[in-house]
Design a protein around this ligand. Structure first.
Ligand SMILES: Cc1cc2nc3c(=O)[nH]c(=O)nc-3n(C[C@H](O)[C@H](O)[C@H](O)COP(=O)(O)OP(=O)(O)OC[C@H]3O[C@@H](n4cnc5c(N)ncnc54)[C@H](O)[C@@H]3O)c2cc1C
Length: 426
């Protein structure tokens, strides 16, 4: 059996951050990075907007501001992003403040999906050239934490330290590992919402601020804005019982691609559950399956004009007269979101959209499309044994799957924080 100083499961930003940090600080360390996919990596290859301002991406209760800012500076020094300019923010901020909304100013870089792929290629080539073993297409399956042996679908691996960074897609895998290893966890927080798609001239703030972050009452916020060459996409979640459901999402190509004149962004409400249903994953699954039931196995889309009239959308609601652009996710089913979204969630989302339309008038044009559901599962919170995301001796759980991040830069920072802990414990 091969034994490594450090095995990292997941080649997303959390895993990559940890791998580079270990190489920089202990160049002789034997490091293996595994990923179940044939390509690296998870989220870096989707749109790749990188946020360098607290608190974007940093979950409350896990990070303190000064600590997160110190890590962000290290992430920035490594990634050397080119930060985008912003304009006219005082105008939008003043309008927002008058109605109890905050506009958070974020230092941001945008590579686009194509730029993200180039970044990944460069990073993985650098890792390999520095002696890291990168095994793609190899899935971690189970763990004997006491013996420090990780089983994959190909072999058994010994390790001194193990970092699990399997992302949101590895949520269930991480829960299985934690249950088997006796690590307590909670997953009682989930974000539920809509993806909004409209013409750029109806949400022109994106020309001044690429991904504007608005915070509304009732834990509702805008998230992940895409424009210029922007598309709505769907992500499939497969349950062990054979059922599937979808969450929508969005991405954009880099500025070098021709613009399609559209913008999309998420409007999300954070839901915190308490007993007896303290599982965000179980709640999200139920909402996803309900939406898939009403959408004939697909996400649902509805024009704002129809929603306001209390009518479902039909195929014909997507062409003609006021309805002057085609959805970029045409496989979504025209329907009635009000029949699937919980009333409390829908009220908060619609209220936030009305406030946003006051700040950026035009958003609630009848042609604007709302897609449902957009669900963010990232609050799988292990009970950590220390501040370095150590769950057990030699076992560190990081990234979006473990609830230590909600974005690329915070995931990378989580990798640095885990390696700080590993080296300090030696
Ligand atoms: C469509 C989309 C767009 C996004 N856009 C942005 C954005 O613009 N900006 C931003 O900050 N964030 C964005 N995000 C979120 C961002 O991708 C995540 O916050 C970030 O990637 C989390 O990093 P991570 O390393 O924890 O997980 P991931 O990046 O998800 O990486 C986890 C890796 O682990 C691998 N893995 C999982 N289970 C196993 C296993 N059992 N064995 C081996 N390998 C395994 C996966 O294949 C994956 O490569 C987006 C997400 C999506 C889905």
């Amino acid at each position: 059996m091969e034994t490594y100083d450090l095995v990292i499961v997941g080649s997303g930003p959390a895993g990559l951050g940890a791998a580079f940090e270990m190489l920089d600080r202990d160049p002789g360390a034997r490091v293996l990075v595994l990923d179940k996919n044939e390509y690296s990596s998870g989220g870096l290859r989707n749109d790749c907007k990188m946020n360098f301002t607290w608190p974007t991406g940093f979950p409350e209760g896990i990070w303190e501001r000064t600590q997160a800012e110190a890590y962000l500076a290290r992430v920035e020094a490594f990634l050397k992003p080119s930060i985008m300019e912003k304009r006219n923010l005082d105008i939008y901020s003043r309008r927002a403040q008058k109605i109890g909304v905050d506009l958070v100013e974020i230092r941001q870089a945008h590579l686009g999906t194509d730029g993200g792929l180039e970044l990944i290629k460069g990073l993985t080539a650098r890792l390999r050239s520095r002696g890291v073993e990168l095994s793609l297409g190899e899935r971690a399956v189970s763990l004997d934490a006491q013996a420090r042996v990780l089983a994959t679908d190909a072999r058994e691996l010994g390790y001194r330290d193990l970092i699990l960074a399997p992302g949101r897609g590895g949520f269930a895998f991480l829960q299985e590992i934690m249950t088997a290893a006796g690590v307590s966890f909670t997953d009682n927080v989930v974000d539920v919402g809509l993806r909004i798609e409209t013409r750029e001239e109806r949400y022109p703030i994106v020309r001044d601020y690429y991904d504007p972050k608005f915070l509304f009452p009732k834990k509702t916020r805008t998230f992940c804005t895409n424009s210029r060459a922007a598309h709505v996409v769907q992500e499939k979640y497969d349950d062990r019982d054979g059922s599937s459901w979808y969450s929508v999402n969005g991405h954009a190509w880099s500025a070098s691609r021709p613009s399609n004149g559209l913008v999309n962004f998420a409007m999300l409400k954070t839901v915190t559950l308490t007993e007896p249903l303290a599982s965000g994953q179980a709640y999200a699954r139920m909402l996803g399956i309900q939406a898939a039931l009403l959408g004939g196995g697909r996400p649902i889309m509805q024009r704002v004009g129809d929603f306001r009239l209390g009518k479902r959308s039909f195929r014909q609601s997507f062409s003609g007269d006021l309805y002057d652009f085609e959805p970029t996710l045409p496989s979504a089913t025209p329907g009635d979101i009000g029949l699937c979204a919980p009333a409390k969630v829908m009220r908060a989302l619609w209220n936030a959209m009305k406030l946003l339309d006051t700040i950026v008038p035009g958003l609630l044009h009848p042609s604007t499309i709302m897609y449902y559901p957009e669900i963010k599962l990232y609050a799988n919170r292990p009970l950590f044994a220390d501040a370095s995301f150590r769950a057990l001796s030699g076992l560190y759980l990081i990234g979006d799957g473990a609830g230590t991040s909600r974005g690329i830069t915070a995931a990378w920072a989580s990798g640095l924080r885990a390696v700080d802990g590993i080296l300090a414990a030696r």
